[in-house]
Write a protein that binds this ligand. Sequence first.
Ligand code: GLY
Length: 398
Amino acid sequence: MKKTLFTAALIIGAVFCVSGKKLQPIGKLIDDRLERSIKQYEGMAVSLIDQPNKLPRTIDADGKLLTTSSGGWVSGFVPGTLWYLYQYSQNPQLLDYTKKYTARIENEKNNKGTHDLGFMLYCSFGNGLRITGDSDYQNTLLTGAESLISRYNPKVGCIKSWNSNEKWQFPVIVDNMMNLEFLFWASKASGNPKYRDICLSHAEKTIQNHYRPDYSSYHVVSYDTITGLVEKKNTAQGYADESAWARGQAWGLYGFVVMYRETKDKKYLEQAQHIASFILNHPNLPADKIPYWDFNAPDIPNAKRDASAGAIIASALIELSQYADKASKKKYLNVAETQIRTLSSPEYFAEPGTNGHFLLKHSVGSLPGKSEVDVPLTYADYYYIEALLRYKYLKYNK
Ligand code: GLY
């Protein structure tokens, strides 16, 4: 009897938040937000359907939709989000839009001028291939993987991020860890280990040179192309060279979770768990678990939040929870659930028909660059929907 009462108290406790308000069951909340997201993204798809060279990017100060060409680094996220929403809904109209938006970026498979092909092609064509098995999608991806590895320099042991400029000979940004998932796929699909070998080298160098003793990361590490040694450690989008730019921490966490998934090498699991500890134990991580745009932003607690970092971390933690021991699993899932609840609240989740049809408000692209500050961003939506689906399939086995 005592045990039953205790269990009942626990359940009641779990559905009430600290403020005493009753929380919607997380499964219901996720289904509701997925349904609302489908409507919002149908509206977005319709809004550019007659402009085949454009994909959504963000909104301006008046709420007007701003677009990117297929060559922009964010071009693959809206097609990718559409794929996830189609996977959930099986809605044929949505599939039609999804295929059209995916096709808009096919030419980028030949683009050797960017390291972002993982984002651009794997979020779009990669999800398309996973869901439909279309062999044309596979061919596009294999061509794209070849383009991406053209940026690998064996002396440095990394894929070059941005093309050289006056400041950096061979800049590698921590974000580049996100392109490795695409290359692991390419090795499996082609049977050629060269893509995977590049991933291992790139990840090794990233651990050595991007990470500080506290497991926060530098944003940009530039290498000397003659010696292969580190030339500079800087930031581009963070507050300072020595600060912890929130999205960079999120990209690194996600990247090393993928490294462990693909290799089962414990050192990557340890790396991911150390990064998670840095983020989750940071005194500047707010109680609602959506980071400020930089963990060291000087105006905390008034600094802007970055919903995109929150969404990426949530998605990564849900996967990481699957590889962790019982206590860590619980901790990761609790944080991810809090992030999902926060991002699904009216503070972040936009009203239907507003926000340029994007789902989430309040992301930061580049604060030092005064670009895309406190706006909706495609990748915030993509990783938010990915987190909702990961949580749903994990918890409800659907
Ligand atoms: N990869 C660029 C960014 O995260 O803003």
